[in-house]
Design a protein around this ligand. Structure first.
Ligand SMILES: [Zn+2]
Length: 279
């Protein structure tokens, strides 16, 4: 699952390529919109909301896309080769002047009235990279279900929008608790720090090509993708297990020494060996 900073970067790429320009071509390669042609409409801009992208056009139309696990928006200059994947994975093409934005593997692609955007993003909690960021509300949302494992609460975009798998693991490391700790059991001092910490991580990485949570010269991440290599802080082997509600299991990483709280035992069904590092 992409993190909020990935989506923010995609939104900025789209915005810089198309905002203020009239479309010279639009091509939606999904059956529902195969005949829709937005040629001639000016692109007003693209903004991120959590992990959703909203591209607005004149005339009150919005293109809503979501990258989910595999999706990407790429921008190419005139005559440049499109290298985002095979042609059958292209879901949308938007051209204006000298730039073409190509949406690959977009699992959510819908056109709606701009006035109806709330319908698709209205459920989101405060956006870590948005103008509506509200640390107190984000924390209150997380603590509203005290029995829920912290890792799951952090991933729930209704609580706060923008955290994916990587930041989930890294934040729990920075807070010194396992992702299985019930949210309500988080010590008060650390709960108070949580929103600011999450906000700082996403802000700091908003403009970085490589995600960095450690502030260390040679290591980008504390635990994510590191099992079973040693913890950067204490050298205990980092562990990995799946966390989820059964329908969606996410690879999750933690240091059993630096982080306190419940965790799956080695050899349990959720326990896993190292995972490929993915964004
Ligand atoms: Zn450690």
């Amino acid at each position: 699952m992409p993190e909020g900073d990935t989506v923010w970067q995609a939104a900025r790429r789209l915005h810089e390529a198309l905002a203020g320009k009239a479309l010279t071509r639009s091509d939606f390669r999904v059956p529902r919109y195969a005949t829709v042609d937005l040629t001639g409409r000016t692109v007003l801009g693209t903004l991120p909301r959590g992990k959703h992208l909203l591209t607005r056009f004149e005339g009150g139309l919005t293109l809503h896309t979501h990258l989910r696990m595999e999706g990407a928006w790429k921008v190419y200059g005139t005559g440049e080769r499109w290298r985002g994947g095979p042609a059958h994975q292209i879901r949308a093409v938007l051209s204006a002047a000298d730039r073409t934005a190509v949406g690959y593997r977009l699992q959510v692609l819908e056109l709606l009235r701009t006035s109806e955007e709330e319908r698709v993003v209205g459920h989101l909690g405060p956006d870590l990279l948005g103008p509506d960021w509200d640390p107190e509300r984000a924390l209150a949302n997380i603590l509203a279900d005290p029995a829920r494992p912290l890792g799951e609460a952090l991933l729930d975009q209704r609580n706060l929008a923008g955290i994916g798998n990587i930041y989930k693991s890294e934040l729990c490391f920075l807070l010194g608790v396992t992702p299985w700790l019930p949210a309500g059991a988080l010590p008060v001092d650390r709960a108070q720090k949580l929103p600011a910490l999450a906000h700082r991580l996403l802000e700091a990485n908003r403009d970085r090509p490589v995600r960095q949570t450690t502030g260390l010269h040679r290591h980008d991440l504390f635990v994510y993708g590191r099992a079973p290599r040693p913890c950067l802080r204490c050298h205990t082997p980092v562990r990995a297990a799946d966390q989820g509600d059964g329908s969606r299991e996410r690879p999750t990483y933690w240091c059993p020494t630096c982080q306190t709280g419940p965790a799956p035992a080695p050899g349990s069904p959720q326990h896993r060996r190292d995972r490929r590092r993915t964004a």
